[in-house]
Design a protein around this ligand. Structure first.
Ligand code: MRU
Length: 340
């Protein structure tokens, strides 16, 4: 059996950081060059790169690029703070920036760019390896010959440094010849499911059906799906998970109908300093994302908007959490600690 692969990547280093501009997908594949930390932080804020692990890796490379432009350590520390603050919910970002900063602090001034770049490349390679391990660990949770899965947002190659977290599991089930179909929620307001997951799956030959978020509960109730599989932006010590807004509603529906609800996240997404979901900062985004679908206005210009980017699902609604280190099932503080 050939292992799971992908033709998609979110970012690359070619004597400088390049990001596949995800705002333009699925219409256009445009790679953008990121000169340093300010451009990196902006690309993260505007979602040119998104998905917790990919954001961390992009920031790591952006800090390395900044170290090449100006290796002055107080300047680098300021740049690192700016990058780490670009988005608040994903745990990978601050961790990746801190990792590269440590490499810079330890290096001789003449070597700080090389050391920073080596640290960023190591993070990238480690995430790709974590994706492969999670794919193997997670696929075993969905036995059977004709497996139908449901996912939300994009936890794929576009969101990681490898084949994806949740979509890595989907790719593995597909590579095993067992995937009948992937259902992908569109993920309003920014449509990461419609624009990114549907594109990524189609491009890699994964059978995919797109559905509006509001159709997911009735699909789950129909008994059609063997499991819900998605990523996370932060995993707290008690097994609460933050993920794209709408995840909590899917978890409620899955629990009501006895459908496994599986979260796939590398250890870089775990933050055991958050005791519970209440400690996870939830990003609130601009109301324009809701008042418009892309550039088209769909609501009165002045209407008030509630637009949290993420929600928190408590551990009792999560059947299993998968990391590269193993599977937490049932999800408790002690099983989470074992795979963190
Ligand atoms: O706002 P986004 O697109 O960065 O949100 C991404 C998600 O919620 C993903 O599910 C999560 O980061 C996991 S990606 C492997």
């Amino acid at each position: 059996m050939a292992g799971p692969t992908t033709t998609v990547s979110a970012l690359r280093w070619r004597d400088g950081l390049e990001l596949l501009d995800q705002r333009e997908l699925p219409h256009r594949e445009r790679w953008m060059s990121i000169a340093g930390a300010a451009a990196g932080a902006r690309a993260i804020r505007v979602l040119a790169v998104r998905g917790a692990p990919a954001i961390g890796i992009a920031a790591a490379y952006a800090l390395a690029a900044e170290a090449r432009r100006n290796p002055d350590i107080s300047h680098i520390r300021r740049a690192a703070r700016r990058l780490a603050a670009a988005r608040p919910t994903g745990a990978d970002l601050a961790r990746a920036v801190a990792h590269v900063l440590v490499a810079i602090e330890k290096a001789l001034p003449a070597e700080c760019f090389e050391q920073a770049l080596a640290a960023a490349k190591a993070l990238h390679a480690a995430d790709a390896a974590a994706c492969r391990a999670m794919a193997a660990n997670g696929a075993a949770l969905f036995p059977g010959e004709r497996v139908i899965l449901l996912t939300h947002c994009n936890a794929g190659a576009l969101a990681t440094g490898g084949i994806g977290s949740a979509l890595g599991v989907v790719r593995m089930v597909h590579a095993q010849g067992r995937l009948e179909r992937l259902y992908a929620c569109e993920a309003r307001p920014v449509l990461q499911g419609a624009r990114l997951t549907a594109w990524e799956a189609t491009r890699d030959g994964i059978p995919v059906t797109l559905l509006p978020d509001s159709a997911a509960a009735s699909l789950i109730a129909s008994g059609a799906v063997a499991g819900v599989v998605l990523g996370a932006d932060r995993v707290a010590a008690d097994g609460s998970i933050a993920n794209k807004i709408g995840t909590y509603a899917l978890a409620l529906a899955a629990a009501r109908h006895g459908v496994p609800f599986v979260v796939v996240a590398p250890t870089t997404t775990f933050d055991l300093t958050c005791r519970s979901g209440a400690d996870i900062p939830i990003e609130q985004r601009d109301g324009e994302e809701v008042r418009r679908v892309r550039r088209t206005a769909i609501a009165p210009a002045a209407v008030a908007v509630y637009n949290p980017a993420f929600d928190v699902t408590p551990p009792e609604l999560v059947t299993a959490i998968v990391s590269e280190r193993g599977v937490a099932r049932p999800v408790t503080a002690s099983t989470v600690r074992e795979i963190a």
